[in-house]
Design a protein around this ligand. Structure first.
Ligand code: GDP
Ligand code: MG
Length: 182
């Protein structure tokens, strides 16, 4: 019988951003394939596991950390960020203030966490609730590619946890960057 040598990676990924932008919904959609329109604030630390068959030789296990109600403080403890390999920073396209908070979240992350090689953790920006038809990005004429470059995001996606848009794609983008930087 042929011996099968599979590589396994376990990555801790953070999902951060202001209250109500859809962090918990994105994780639920990605991991459990469901969505609930009823608002329910997360309490306590919460994480979910997603297993990806990355390629024929590689299995990737993603441990997705939900910020769990602490976003009201606008920053997190070092302990929460510790040993994370990547991050999603989420805002709500219908609420401009949540986009303005994105740079604060990015600064908080980078000030408290660097990779073992001294580089910042790869971060992907998620413009969530794109199903709503209200787009603060377009209205403000903000050039997202430029914004990502200036603020050190490896990419950005318009997502919808409700309609299941671009969540898999965003995750693949982040994982690709993590694997490449290892
Ligand atoms: P969190 O505080 O960032 O974890 O946000 P939640 O996941 O709890 O979502 C806040 C509210 O936004 C809930 O009522 C969700 O149903 C709703 N929501 C989340 N994602 C989407 C989305 O992609 N589209 C729409 N229309 N609503 C969403
Ligand atoms: Mg939540």
């Amino acid at each position: 019988m042929q011996k099968h040598s599979q590589k396994e990676h376990l990555y801790k990924l953070l999902v951060i951003g202001d209250l109500g932008v859809g962090k918990t919904s994105i994780i639920k959609r990605y991991v459990h394939q469901n969505f609930s329109p009823h608002y329910r604030a997360t309490i306590g630390v919460d994480f979910a596991l997603k297993v990806l068959n990355w390629d024929a030789e590689t299995v990737v296990r993603l441990q997705l950390w939900d910020i769990a109600g602490q976003e009201r403080f606008g920053n997190m403890t070092r302990v929460y960020y510790r040993e994370a390999m990547g991050a999603f920073i989420v805002f709500d396209v219908t609420r401009p203030a949540t986009f303005e908070a994105v740079t604060k979240w990015k600064e908080d992350l980078d000030s408290k966490l660097v990779l073992p090689n001294g580089k910042p953790v790869p971060a992907v920006l998620l413009a969530n609730k794109c199903d709503q038809g209200i787009d603060v990005l377009m209205n403000n004429g903000i050039k997202m590619d430029q914004f990502c470059k200036e603020n050190g995001f490896v990419g950005w996606f318009e997502t919808s946890a409700k309609e299941n848009i671009n969540i898999n794609e965003a995750s693949r983008c982040l994982v690709k960057h993590i694997i490449a930087s290892e």
